[in-house]
Design a protein around this ligand. Structure first.
Ligand SMILES: NC(=O)c1ccc[n+]([C@@H]2O[C@H](COP(=O)([O-])OP(=O)(O)OC[C@H]3O[C@@H](n4cnc5c(N)ncnc54)[C@H](OP(=O)(O)O)[C@@H]3O)[C@@H](O)[C@H]2O)c1
Length: 228
């Protein structure tokens, strides 16, 4: 049985990714920064196939180190770092408070890489590390500049993913920067075109299709390559 570690699974896409992989017969370890009734409800359906670990705030280095210590010597076929935030929605860069600027880059760009660095020894040879990025992180397709802070934070994540791969040439894993589509979650909003189920099914299919391919790629939930 394959084992997935999903970081940031309290709600939205992370919660649904946990359910999707459990439905596909995986064992899942899911982390949250605060108790999630929704995730506990998933455990009621799947029992011991789902382990929940809390609190894991990815911006808290002590908590991340604690997670790594707790997971020492456990293998995961898939490490999926999903957690992310969107602050300053609709605001010009100049209007966004300094604290929000810092939080966006710390949460969306720096912390996912720190988590991956801590957990790299837990990735099963031939496995996969997936970072939840966004098509908005594509510098090459940035023609309209909207959501510029969020966009920049995901572009920074993408750059750091490539640096992570370069720093770990010995890593025997496929590394993906994943765009899940524009999805009706708290972040995506009620008018987003995609429902959560379609998105996570596509993300899980893409993971299966890319399994064992090696190297790194920026792809969407339909396994379409996105320009960096
Ligand atoms: N929805 C979209 O259209 C869309 C499009 C492209 C990319 N994405 C990306 O997909 C990922 C999930 O987004 P979503 O739409 O599911 O958003 P969401 O419903 O707002 O969920 C965000 C998740 O991230 C967690 N999180 C945020 N900060 C965290 C931290 N410091 N430590 C640990 N967990 C943290 C949240 O936990 P709490 O419950 O504790 O807040 C929650 O589980 C994000 O990386 C987002 O940027 C989303």
């Amino acid at each position: 049985m394959k084992h997935a570690l999903i970081i940031g699974a309290s709600r939205g896409l992370g919660l649904a990714l946990a359910g999707e992989h459990l439905s596909r017969g995986w064992q899942v370890t899911a982390t949250v920064r605060a108790p999630s009734d929704e995730l506990h409800a998933v455990r009621d359906g799947f029992g011991e196939a789902l382990e929940i670990i809390a609190p894991v705030d990815i911006t808290d280095q002590e908590q991340v180190a604690g997670l790594a210590a707790y997971l020492q010597s456990q293998w995961f076929n898939l490490v999926f770092i999903n957690a992310g935030i969107l602050l300053g929605r609709g605001q010009q860069l100049t209007e966004v408070p300094e604290s929000d600027l810092n939080a966006m880059f710390l949460t969306n760009a720096i912390s996912p890489i720190r988590v991956a660095d801590q957990l790299i020894g837990n990735v099963h040879p031939g496995g996969m590390v997936v970072f939840m990025s966004s098509v908005l992180g594509s510098v090459g397709t940035n023609d309209d500049g909207r959501a510029e802070l969020y966009r920049a934070s995901k572009a920074a994540l993408n750059s750091l993913i490539r640096s992570f791969c370069a720093r770990h040439p010995q890593l025997d894993a496929t590394v993906l920067a994943m765009h899940p589509g524009v999805v009706r979650t708290a972040m995506g909003g009620p008018d987003a075109p995609l429902d959560i189920e379609t998105s996570v099914a596509g993300v899980a299919d893409t993971i299966e299709q890319r399994w064992g391919s090696g190297g790194h790629a920026f792809v969407d939930y339909r396994n379409q390559v996105i320009p960096w």
